[in-house]
Design a protein around this ligand. Sequence first.
Ligand SMILES: [Fe+2]
Length: 406
Amino acid sequence: MGIALPAEAPPKERIAERLAEARERTMLLIEPLDDEQLNRVYSPLLSPLAWDLGHIANFEEEWLVRRVGGLEPMHGELARLYDAIENPRAGRNELPILRGGELRSYMRGVRARTLEVLEGVDLDAAADPLLRGGFVYEMLLAHEHQHGETMLQLLQMFERYEPARRDPGPAAEPVSVGPEMVRIEAGEVEIGDRGQGFAYDNERPRHAVRLDAYEIDRVPVKNGEFARFVEETGAPPPKYWERDGEGGWVRTVMGETKELDPLLPVVHVDWHGADAFARWAGKRLPTEPEWEAAARGADPARANLDQLAFGCAPAGAYADSPADGGAVQMLGDVWEWTSSDFTAYPGFEAFPYAEYSEVFFGPGHKVLRGGSWATRRDVIRTTFRNWDLPERSQIFAGLRCARDVG
Ligand SMILES: [Fe+2]
């Protein structure tokens, strides 16, 4: 089956605690909102938050209650409404989805049944690869975490959003100085999941890739640099930027308009903008293996992850914890576009369902790496592959550039 997980299953109490923590975070994000805001459509690219909430609970019901526990669903017809592939985002508000009190009681009801099923399941002796090592629970946790980031994409567009809790730490991280680029020597590198914890099918199997020597930016591209590129080329600005009327730029997110901070990593750039910036700078986007090789040794514990900063740390922060090759901030702050299409690694096997990765393989989607401030810490690792359409900019995407060396 090609999956590698630790032989020892995580204790059930730990699973239950982590499920509770994930739900607490989901509810913290929506705490400042009323039902009208949960149901409102702000963008054809994003579901109303009520759909995300129902989908989180329904995905849990499908996998942890129905598939693992063999129990019948609470409301038979819901799975169809919350199928992400069958229901494109633009039409989700027209569906008879659960709302208000009904939605909240469905979320609680599913969770109660999930915990009942968990009591009775034997993760240690599991012959089912879905259960072995607690895989399906890890998958569910990652799913809820990842929907939190999608919800934060929508919250950027709200006319007013005051977070229930904020962490000022990342914005106050000191900025380092260093070379513009770091050099990674030629060699054969191992790419993909090491088999030491949860990973998605698209990160497997681990395989060797031969790379020529290259340089990669030490830090992510900054707002100030991107503004210069926009001025000189007339390229479209990143999403949420507007002219301030005096030749500068302001940025409006979560209902707050601020002067553009030139020292923060640029974010909400689409792939075309990222690629054009890199060429303008006399560089190029890194390939996916180049990005992963440069990220080796990066520590998710010293990175702006986990949502509560509600924005980026300055470019060059976290320099006390660089990747092995010397680049900093490879994890957290902004997803970084690569030049690579989202494709299967040699020997890929879909697990546990083709709709996670396989249906998206092909030249239509570009790969992003490294996670953003809106990514939960538990989700990200240096082998994690995200993908999106090249024209998308509502995601928390920026870039760093690479260059060939002679
Ligand atoms: Fe989902």
